[in-house]
Design a protein. Sequence first.
Length: 134
Amino acid sequence: MSWICPKCERELLNANQRHYCARVSLDSLFAGRPAELILVFDKILAEVADWDGVLVSTSPNCIVFVHRQTFFVIRPMQKQLDLKFYSAKRPESPMIIKSTGPHAGRYESNIRVAVLDDLNMQLFSLIRDSYNLL
């Protein structure tokens, strides 16, 4: 069961959970960004938000996906989306632009996407593995 902060209306896992308490609209994160970027985000959101127990919220710079803990973060940039996810071992993929760790027993990796053609089954598999990691 989730809890909604009365100040920022952000949906959280626990009552009085520590978080960045500020109202941030999804539209403000995509203001001035290409329409294609919004389509890419919508496609990812449609896939991931339906997974069991996923909470989606916004912070001043990103969209956070939580299932027990944060497992996926999307940061809108000027012409692309930076996707951050976690894994138990360093993933091998030419899509990955950065991978660090391990930190607390998990690796943190980033992929950047800009168009719908950048989305593929391997990408969604990496995100799903991050979801299952927790």
